[in-house]
Design a protein around this ligand. Structure first.
Ligand code: AMP
Ligand code: GLY
Length: 434
């Protein structure tokens, strides 16, 4: 089996490590990959969004299967293009990827099929947005760019003035280009957030273990939004009762709705949920594995990832086992000082041998932004540099192991949050006492 993985961050590294547990999947190429991924796969420097170059390369290399991990190549039709040359892939085609790539599409899907989400209105005229927001006069209010915006297209506005600035940024200054041609104005929801990734084959949906992201840069959820500074799984707020409700009210209805709209979803559908006092609601859909959720979810997967992925492509998920361990996992991100704004690159990383810390079966270091220099030195090359994941019988064990392991690693101006999992532990303690 020759497998192509498209992308180059911690998520892709976690996918590759999980695939490699199957001896059939030893021959993996990652485009573009990164320094740390090159310990596990051949990395070839083709941009994930360069569909033409990727297809040419895939045809020449005769890959048997591709995993398209990143949102923008999915939205650009990478899966469609690979299918045309006879290479089956994991991931949705461009029509199904709209569930993430267009908020106007996903919101109207939810409205049409009665899937619980925040109330909203859509605008393409900046003046009309502000009229609407002034009339509503309820803050905070949430303004979202329609299209992909590197995870930065959601603005939570505490006042009319902030809303004006957001509208200017998205619609007039076009900070995210055409993504801001239309915006969605949404009711502000409150409650614990849960990420549920799920495998889908167009008809069947099999949810993975739940997880919790930590999006803000600093402890106690202070600082700017980032791609995610750490994750834990399972998410203790997501009880068996809530899971059952989500399955009935959200997961299966979404998959059925996509099929009815003529764009069945195959691949990993990510449900970003908020557990409000009125029940679970969808905050966002992503058409791919989450990053860094994947770094805690896949280490708990006991079934074979390749078999499941192939089943999503072939439409046989119903007959395929998707089993997770009862344990827990925690991932602590080590980031470059200054992230998510500007930061320096090229800092040598110490504490790793062949990309891993030594001799701990429960710890895996996933590389997000690393590079190997000509002389063999491993250096930083991104904002999020490494994700240190540990598994354990309990969340407390996993967190302790992940933090201890992360202390062995260092580079100049490295920073991490010190409170990953703290809210989850508090919830577990509350449950124990109650
Ligand atoms: P996203 O970039 O789409 O992942 O959204 C970033 C974050 O914005 C989410 O994780 C939520 O914390 C927050 N968010 C998005 N929509 C809402 C909403 N309607 N109410 C409250 N918070 C929201
Ligand atoms: N961790 C959030 C995302 O992948 O979008």
């Amino acid at each position: 089996m020759k497998i192509l993985v498209i992308g180059g961050g911690g998520r892709e590294h976690a996918i590759i490590k999980a695939l490699k547990k199957n001896p059939l999947c030893s021959d993996i190429t990652c485009c573009p990959g990164n320094g740390g991924i090159s310990y596990d796969a051949a990395c070839v420097n083709i941009k994930a969004t360069d569909v033409k170059a990727m297809v040419e390369f895939a045809e020449e290399q005769h890959f048997d299967y591709a995993v398209v991990a990143q949102d923008d190549p999915l939205a650009l039709g990478m899966v469609d293009a690979l299918a045309k040359i006879g290479i089956p892939s994991f991931g949705p085609d461009a029509a199904a990827a709209r569930i993430e790539a267009s908020k106007v599409f996903s919101k109207s899907l939810m409205k049409k099929y009665g899937i619980p989400t925040a109330d909203y209105a859509v605008f393409d005229d900046p003046a009309k947005v502000m009229d609407y927001i002034r009339t509503k006069n309820t803050y905070p209010t949430v303004i979202k760019a329609d299209g992909l915006a590197l995870g930065k297209g959601v603005l939570i506005c505490g006042s009319e003035q902030e809303a004006e600035e957001a509208v200017k940024e998205l619609m007039l200054d076009k900070k995210f280009g055409a993504s801001g041609n239309e915006v969605v104005v949404e009711e502000f929801l409150e409650g614990p957030e849960v990420s549920v990734l799920s495998f889908c084959d167009g008809k069947t949906v099999k949810p993975m273990v739940s997880s919790m992201d930590h999006k803000r840069a600093l402890d106690h959820d202070q600082g700017l939004n980032t791609g995610g500074m750490g994750t834990i799984a399972p998410n203790p707020f997501y009880t068996a009762e809530i899971a059952e409700r989500c399955r009935k009210e959200i997961f299966q209805p979404t998959v059925d709705a996509m099929a009815k709209e003529g764009c069945p979803f195959k691949g990993c559908l990510y449900f970003g949920l908020m557990l409000t006092k009125d029940g679970p609601k969808v905050i966002e859909y992503n058409c791919r594995f989450g990053d860094p959720e994947t770094q805690v979810v896949l280490p708990l997967l006991e079934s074979d990832l390749y078999t499941i992925m192939k089943a999503t492509t072939d439409g046989t998920l119903d007959d395929t086992e998707v089993r997770f361990s009862d344990g827990a996992a925690a991932c602590v991100i080590l980031a470059s000082g200054g992230y998510p704004l500007s930061y320096e690159k090229g800092k040598p990383i110490s504490g790793l041998v062949n990309g891993q810390i030594e001799a701990d079966d429960h710890v895996t270091v996933y590389h997000a932004g690393t590079k190997i220099e000509a002389d063999g030195t491993l250096v930083t090359s991104g904002g999020r540099v490494l994700g240190v994941t540990a598994t354990g019988n309990t969340l407390m064990d996993a967190l302790q192991t992940a933090y201890e392991a992360s202390e062995q690693i260092s580079f100049e101006k490295m920073f991490r949050r010190s409170d990953i999992g703290a809210r989850a532990i508090a919830e577990l303690n509350r449950k124990k006492e109650g």
